[in-house]
Ligand binder design. Sequence first.
Ligand code: GLA
Length: 562
Amino acid sequence: MSESFKKFIRKNNLCPVCLMKKLMASTKINVNGADRFNNGVALTPPMGWASWNLFRNNINENIIKEMAAAMKAAHLDELGYQYINVDDCWMSSVRDENGRLQGDLGTFPSGIKALVEAVNSYGLKMGIYTSNGTLTCEDLPSSLYHERTDAETFAEWGVEYFKYDFCHNEAIPTIAPEIEKILISRKGESEFLTLLAEDAELRGDAVILEDEKLTLSGKYITGLSNASGSAVFYDIDIPEDGEYTLTLGIRKTVRKDKYCEIIVNGDKTYALRFPGTKGPSREGRGQTTVHLKKGKNSFYIHNPIGSRMDSAAKQYQNMGKELMRATKKVAEETGRPEKPICFSICEWGINKPWKWGATAGNLWRTTPDIRPEWLSIIGIYEATVRLYEYAGPGNWNDPDMLEVGNGNLTDSENEAHFSLWCMLAAPLILGNDLRKFIKEDGCVDVNNKVLKVISNKKAIAINQDKLGVQCRRIKTNGITDVLVKPLTNREVAVCLLNKGNGKKDVSFSIKELTQLGFVDLPVSDRYTVHDIWENTTFVASDIINQNLNGHSVKLYKIQAMG
Ligand code: GLA
């Protein structure tokens, strides 16, 4: 704690423990009901292909078109795969003359709108990517502070999936400005109404302190930082409805950026950001245009950002709102049906996006990037399997794009990776070269082992089951796990996993499944058990025991008989 902060606490007779608690606490966001991000898409986990895992920065418009053609030719669209997602590096390093993002002028010369049309011509949907930062992870222009323009651009292009990364992010400051006065003037006029610090009703940690260098009254409001205090101005008499310029007069001492929000008449929120000061004078100002009504108005001023998590949540929520607004706007303007944009939050799990992701978008990455290696796949699975309570129709945990068919993954590892993502109700976004599924004569290579894995209809049905429930791990000894995923029609999927290198026995009891609170399997003497990868069915009454090879799974669908 700095000396000046200690002095501040002593001077104002504040309780240091309560203050520290408040500083460290992160706002708990309620993800029920109205707060839930609901754009009507991704009611089952999204399915498609994305460019990053295979091509990294080496993409161009022809590769994207070839992938769309291959997806169609391999009939993957008939299995539910529908998005063709262009990841990082599609954009030019310069925005166009209207400040809009544009495709790289050399590798995407026809422009993104034309590419969307090409992808749509296969009956597929196109996805795009930027970062919730000033640049993408590959240091190209990005959407932080350009949310409205970029959302509108994507909607106008007809994009239907948007992945929003976290590189070059700038967090919203938790520090609030110290407010000396508020000036309110009619737009275009210089006469104004002045509100002073003393006119406010203070809540929480907000206090009024003195600084003789402030010329008007020598007093200012402080203690609004870290979501811990607020200042409310009531009964602000305004002669007529209209747009007004609001100038916040602040005390300039802190060298860090500052942020606050003004809620006008309990309704519309206006955000103000102030740079860390280097200037010599004590008084600074920030302006915004607000709508005021005739008669009495109120301003509620606070900084709701108490932590990095609050900041990330707010920024992703912002973009989610802009996307929804933009697709509606385009539909209204063109008279064409709305094309909602599936919003993929790629924040790598660092600010616990499972806690707030459902208020902001359709899916959220739970971890850093996947690699085509068994340990990476298992690490990501371990981090995601425990997050089952956060996933559901419209809002999913995202353990990252599939690596099936990439690197040196064995057939058994590919099968296990795909099975785990199906059990996790994860987005099935392929990351491999779809062109390999098509032979030179243009026919599908039905013997392609990777194709067989990613097109297994029964495995996909487990992933796409309408209940939308993520699996739970019901048993583990560290090396072997038993996963259970409830399905519609009182059926259940069970996955036995051997994470280790050597052979291992894994078993479970069907009777015990009927006792699990989250499963609705009827009690019965006999069950049909379908082995998804062997494509065989057998009848069982209780214990199933398997000797599993290392790095492999058994995937079953179980149904009560008669
Ligand atoms: C981050 C993301 C990846 C990919 C790259 C692109 O690392 O997590 O999935 O989008 O950026 O640069």
